[in-house]
Ligand binder design. Structure first.
Ligand code: FES
Ligand SMILES: [Fe+2]
Length: 355
């Protein structure tokens, strides 16, 4: 599917570069250099002595060693393990042990970062275009909302184009089949929905009355009764963030126990046909389930395995022989797709205007 000249066919979908993407959980970035490939680029992450996260292109310009491969920190500088050249947090070479003056040719790219509510966001595009207003509102995500508890649990790698993961998360209808019985009583797929849009925020909402709650959900939410009224809201923020929000009011319980839970996903392309799902949780109650993320991993891997298989077949057939036919319930996914296509097209128009 080509929209505004942008290839938005899941399997080969493009994404905007001038945007923020989740690069890591805060807890992953320490004084020990860490390698991660994002957007087809190798990046090394570490923290300064002051605790600020740093992201540099992970290749020493001298002889091409990965800075993360044995690199050590000296103050705020990282020292290449091969011949010991040191780079500061801006990527500028500051010291050549074998002699000579560092030149700008020895610098490595540094990536703008923003650390908010337990996530580290990275700007994938031109540093001159950085726009912090493009980061989703973390209070709306639940991660910094008053009264909410945030938990950071999973880094799931998928061998499929990022759009599969993103659209999968606004598609509730697969719950009744791919996850048969794990999340619902089989009635989500046929249940009516409403679709709302506010800027880049698309929301698919389904309301259930006196629904039988699946055991795994009851455990995860700490629900006491087997039935509840549930609001299931799947939200996407183009181009890369999703929230699965579940709001429960238990029935048959005099206390009318209420629970509001948000599973928050940052979807970051690692290449044209691969991505990482960063999964966090924000609840208006304290999680008491010790294995919540183990259960979630099992559930979410059902999606990853299915999406990787779809990608595999797409790659074998090629885009022309692997068309998609959308149905009505794909509304949230298609609207999200159009928003992302507009973001990519805008970026291209800017680049053309700047030439
Ligand atoms: S390759 Fe890094 S200092 Fe030589
Ligand atoms: Fe799923």
């Amino acid at each position: 599917m080509i929209i505004n000249g942008v290839n938005m066919q899941p399997g080969a979908a493009e994404y905007p570069r001038n945007h923020w993407y989740v690069a890591a959980f805060s807890t992953e970035v320490t004084r020990e250099p860490m390698h991660r490939a994002l957007f087809g680029e190798h990046i090394v992450f570490y923290r300064t002595e002051e605790g600020d996260p740093v992201a540099l292109f992970d290749r020493c310009p001298h002889r091409g060693m990965r800075l993360s491969n044995g690199g050590k920190l000296f103050g705020n500088m990282i020292q290449c393990h091969y011949h010991g050249i040191r780079f500061n947090e801006s990527g500028r070479a500051c010291l050549i042990p074998s002699g000579g003056t560092p030149t700008s040719a020895l610098s490595v790219r540094s990536y703008p970062l923003k650390e908010i509510g337990g996530w580290i966001w990275i700007w994938a595009g031109e540093a001159s275009q950085v726009d912090e207003s493009l980061i989703p509102d973390h209070s709306d995500l639940g991660l910094t909302a008053p009264g909410f508890h945030a938990y950071f649990g999973l880094v799931l790698e998928a061998n499929s184009n990022y759009l599969f993961s993103l659209e999968n998360l606004v598609d509730a209808t697969h719950i009744s089949f791919l996850h048969h019985g794990l999340i619902d009583d089989g009635n989500v797929a046929a249940h009516p929905y409403i679709c709302q849009q506010d800027g880049v925020r698309i929301s698919m909402i389904r309301e259930f009355k006196n629904e039988t709650i699946a055991p795994m959900v009851a455990r995860a939410m700490g629900l006491k009764s087997a039935r509840a009224d549930r609001t299931l809201e799947l939200i996407s923020y183009a181009p890369n963030t999703c929230v699965v929000r579940q709001h429960f009011v238990e029935t048959g319980d005099a206390s009318q126990n209420r629970r509001d839970s948000k599973l928050v996903f940052g979807i970051t392309p690692t290449g044209p046909r691969s991505c990482i799902q960063f999964v966090a949780m924000a609840n208006d109650y304290e999680n008491t389930h010790p294995d919540i993320f183990d259960e979630l991993r099992h559930l979410l891997m059902e999606d990853v395995v299915a999406l990787d298989d779809i990608q595999n077949l797409f790659d074998q057939l090629g885009q022309d022989r692997a068309p998609e036919v959308a149905v009505r319930s794909d509304e949230g996914a298609i609207r999200t797709r159009r928003l992302i296509a507009a973001q990519v097209a805008d970026e291209r128009n800017l680049a053309v205007a700047a030439q």
